[in-house]
Design a protein around this ligand. Structure first.
Ligand SMILES: NC(=O)c1ccc[n+]([C@@H]2O[C@H](COP(=O)([O-])OP(=O)(O)OC[C@H]3O[C@@H](n4cnc5c(N)ncnc54)[C@H](O)[C@@H]3O)[C@@H](O)[C@H]2O)c1
Length: 269
């Protein structure tokens, strides 16, 4: 017997190129039966890799693939409008694009480096979620998977970090940018509850992605942090994607403004 998908609507994922959390999330949507997906990333070649992987496994997917910079307001508006034109609406929006930067204390950090990190991680995330909210407000809600629950007009998941909750050495701009995402998520959740829109964020711990394991030097930099978490390992992108899909789905119908920590226990230690 064929089962109905939890994702009958349209998914949008930023930072979806390559082998990181965004790519895993886009693939997870396709695997979960989402038939309409829009993906974007700054890196055109790695974005195409994700598109190829989705289309080879799920050729029936209607996929919008558009590279660009989510820190650029004009691009964000045009990407979202294009996705809406092609796919009709936005139901599950995952704002995942982000950069690490840092490795310096505040006194060694330039204002340019601070601005670059915040432009992508905080302002870029806000630009995307603002565009998604504008569309969600205009569209009719979709029914829940459970007829006893409220329909859902849209669900946004911003990708913050455990470092939005706890500090780490030599990352003031990154930690601040992710704390800002958590604060923005809560404020939007309050404002749009009455419209049937949920806004949550995930706070991943250390995850094996190009951001953390692209070089031996990078692995070394993060090794002490891996040891702090009770589970003493890095997470897999798919483990974060699963938590994102849960928050997007109507199974999370009463979860609002939450910062879901998925970190192998790092922040409890
Ligand atoms: N990997 C981790 O340990 C970890 C932990 C906590 C939070 N995060 C967050 O998860 C998110 C995904 O990171 P990841 O680990 O998958 O890293 P990643 O580098 O694999 O993915 C980030 C993607 O964002 C894209 N990107 C960067 N700047 C962009 C811009 N201006 N416009 C559009 N796309 C842009 C990159 O090209 C890349 O494909 C980020 O927001 C990151 O801060 C990661």
């Amino acid at each position: 017997m064929s089962q109905k998908s939890l994702f009958p609507g349209v998914a949008v994922v930023t930072g979806a190129g390559g082998t990181g959390i965004g790519a895993a999330t886009a693939k997870a949507f396709a695997a979960a039966g989402c038939k309409r997906i829009a993906i974007t990333d700054l890196n055109e070649a790695s974005l195409q890799q994700t598109a190829d992987a989705i289309l080879s496994a799920y050729p029936e997917t209607q996929l919008v693939v558009r590279p660009g910079n989510i820190a650029d307001e004009t691009f964000v508006e045009s990407f979202m409008q294009g996705a809406i034109l092609m796919l009709g609406r936005i139901d599950y929006a995952v704002n995942c694009a982000g950069i690490l930067g840092g490795g310096q204390r505040s006194t060694e950090t330039t204002a340019e480096s601070f601005d670059r990190i915040n432009d992508v991680n905080y302002r870029g995330c806000w630009l995307c979620s603002r565009a998604e909210l504008k569309q969600m407000l205009k569209q009719d809600p979709l029914p829940s998977h459970d007829p006893d629950r409220e329909p859902q007009r849209g669900s946004i998941v911003n990708v913050a970090s455990q470092l939005g909750i706890v500090g780490r050495p030599e990352a003031p701009a990154y930690c601040g940018s992710k704390a800002a995402v958590i604060g923005m998520t809560r404020s939007d959740a309050i404002d749009y509850s009455k419209d049937g829109i949920r806004v949550n964020c995930v706070c991943p711990g250390l995850v094996e992605t190009p951001m953390t394991v692209q070089s031996e030097e990078s692995r070394e930099r993060f090794r002490p942090a891996v040891e702090i978490a009770p589970m003493k390992r890095m997470g897999k992108p798919a483990e974060i994607a699963d938590s994102i899909l849960f928050l997007c789905s109507t199974q999370a119908s009463f979860v609002q403004g939450h910062a879901l920590v998925v970190d192998g226990g790092y922040v409890i230690n």
